[in-house]
Design a protein around this ligand. Structure first.
Ligand SMILES: NC(=O)c1ccc[n+]([C@@H]2O[C@H](COP(=O)([O-])OP(=O)(O)OC[C@H]3O[C@@H](n4cnc5c(N)ncnc54)[C@H](O)[C@@H]3O)[C@@H](O)[C@H]2O)c1
Length: 249
């Protein structure tokens, strides 16, 4: 899977899965633009010539436009986009979920993806090629109580991805969704009830729900994102890739 010289924009690059993806792509010789609200976890890459970090809120249209413009100016083209940024919901009965919280979850998990994909389409159509990988969640097929808003946002990510795959196919732009299972990042603990025991939930609820017997590691997700961004995946579009140790069976 040669990614040497290709250019990728990664959102949520400062998070668990994002950082693992940056790591793998940089090692593969790709040019990587890592975007996050907080890029402090990406300091180790500051000296890497083919890496650029952008700290900012990708819910702002102008910030998204700026990232794509700067990436093209710096590297000449944009081969791929991985939308990894997202937010969890702590398990909450629907009658206790405020409209503000619902909107916030939909905005971060869905509207932000609309903004980055819209910008990517502009650049990728010009190039007549491109790859987009959107991160959803196994919870779309295996829901848990109290996560209704998060799951709705991730279900929309799947539908949006399929719609875009069809719309952009004539421009040789592949768009796929990857559904992670319960993964060993700080986000996992945020799905627990507000008064719940995070460590116990990780072990007793999440880990035990994975048939292969362990939590998904960020590098498991990164490896599959790398594949979907590679030439080897050139005939894969509109697909749902489950990276969940069998949790969705
Ligand atoms: N961890 C899990 O168990 C799990 C399971 C299924 C799906 N997912 C999904 O995988 C993706 C990555 O999750 P993770 O576990 O690495 O989480 P994480 O919390 O470690 O990383 C998410 C990153 O997104 C960034 N982000 C949030 N809002 C942003 C904004 N407005 N602008 C820019 N950046 C923003 C955060 O700062 C954070 O660094 C998410 O979309 C999540 O919903 C996670």
């Amino acid at each position: 899977m040669s990614l040497q010289g290709k250019t990728f924009i990664i959102t949520g690059a400062g998070g668990g899965m994002g950082k693992a993806t940056v790591d793998l792509l940089v090692q593969a010789g790709a040019n990587v633009v890592g975007c996050d609200l907080n890029t402090s976890h990406l300091k180790a890459y500051e000296a890497v010539e083919n890496f650029v970090s952008f700290e900012g809120n990708l819910l702002e249209e102008q910030t998204v436009k700026h990232v794509f413009k700067e990436t093209e100016e710096r590297f000449g083209k944009i081969d791929g986009l991985a939308n990894i940024a997202g937010i969890a919901q702590s398990a909450t009965p629907i009658e206790k979920v405020s409209l503000t919280d619902f909107h916030r979850i939909m905005d971060i998990n869905l509207t932000m993806m609309f903004l980055t994909c819209r910008e990517a389409a502009i650049y990728m159509k010009k190039q007549n090629q491109g790859r987009i990988v959107n991160i959803g969640s196994v919870s779309t097929t295996r829901p848990r109580p109290g996560l209704q808003s998060y799951i709705a946002s991730k279900g929309a990510v799947e539908s949006f991805t399929k719609a875009l795959a069809l719309e952009l196919a004539e421009h040789h732009i592949n768009v796929n969704v990857l559904h992670p299972g319960p993964a060993d990042t700080t986000m996992l603990g945020k799905f627990t009830k507000e008064d719940g025991d995070v460590d116990e939930a990780r072990k007793e609820i999440f880990e035990k729900s994975v048939p292969l017997g362990r939590l998904i590691q960020p590098k498991d997700i990164a490896g599959s994102i790398k594949f979907l961004l590679s030439d080897e995946a050139s005939m894969i579009t509109g697909t749902v890739l489950h990276v969940d140790g069998g949790r969705s069976i």
